[in-house]
Design a protein around this ligand. Sequence first.
Ligand SMILES: Nc1ncnc2c1ncn2[C@@H]1O[C@H](COP(=O)(O)OP(=O)(O)O)[C@@H](O)[C@H]1O
Ligand SMILES: [Mg+2]
Length: 389
Amino acid sequence: MTDSIAKVFNGETKLGILGGGQLGKMMALPAANWHLPYWILDKDESVPAAPYATKFVAGDFRKEEDVLRFGRQVDVLTIEIEHVHTGALHQLVKEGVIVHPAPSVLDIIKDKGAQKLFYEEHQLPSSPFMLLEDEGAIRAAVKEGKIQLPFVQKSRTGGYDGRGVTVIKTADDLANNLLPGPALIEELVDIDKELGVVVARNADGEMKSFPVVEMAFDPVANLVDYLLAPAQITQALEQKAIALAEQTAAAYGLSGLLAVELFLTKSGELLINEVAPRPHNSGHHTIESCLTSQFEQHLRGVLNLPLGDTRLLQTAVMLNILGEPGASGPVNYRGMGEVLGIPDVFVHLYGKKETRPFRKMGHVTIMAANPQEALQKAEKVKAVLRCGV
Ligand SMILES: Nc1ncnc2c1ncn2[C@@H]1O[C@H](COP(=O)(O)OP(=O)(O)O)[C@@H](O)[C@H]1O
Ligand SMILES: [Mg+2]
């Protein structure tokens, strides 16, 4: 291990990232602290991470030949988005490239149906489900009494930020609102809180979790409205959530981060909703609020370095900066002066030139002595910050 660590810090290990979105950008910043060669593959140089990459390569991470071409030029390859060509990653592993998360893990996680089968097989708690081919099969299953309304329908692949998830409540929904294609059907969970645990693992099997967070969702945008760290739950529940996340990361055997989305049900049960094998929106606050950020921790995990201390320094609230409804075009931020005038508030922008309704344009982390104070400051931020045209 020592030799490979020396190589990393001597700048001899080229790190490649598939995807150059905001996650790739935020990971470039700690990579720069260690002066790592940081290569990005994405469509063109307008993507958020491009200005911070030591080498930007134009190409499509969904295309086999582009991923192969890129991967053959780096030593360690990771992702900031799951929807990449995993066939190419399997080939690169055969050729000796270190790929984390492992392509076999990505194959499971990319497919929400395969994820559910994995949890079932590993006896990890998750809501009851069924996999069906298409809308016709779903309607037939309802008719035969195999599934009951209401239920949640999810596209097996390609969904994100609530796109690809729909709640089917009524006969009218069943007739008109089903998503096309292979689907995962889940029981509609009676959710008390949505919790998140970001856990890191390295190839030596070391694991460390960040404190549990709770997420409040915006029902219209289907995105995180705000996130609170630490989650306001009992210590026993906190320990249970972390143990479950670590059990899940160990079952996958992955290196790097695993962001585990959990439901706390009204009856006090913890269920795994889904996971992402990379930095996650629910860990953005760690840049300021924890000793090690999730982005540095992902680097440590994929490079097989000792993992960093995940201690939370203060209560934090994270708000996504979303494009205003009804506004599309070149972005114009308003209220930034007022926002920065509030103590212990930190703004992150992703450099997206165009705003669209509910597009994730950046985020704000708000630190305070306690949740009440943090949420009060968050309300002030929301009242003045505008992301329109
Ligand atoms: N089985 C379920 N029961 C109730 N609500 C759910 C269920 N599955 C998902 N949701 C809600 O939909 C949101 C998005 O679903 P998720 O599977 O996490 O998709 P995405 O990939 O868009 O994050 C969840 O955060 C939760 O609020
Ligand atoms: Mg989700």
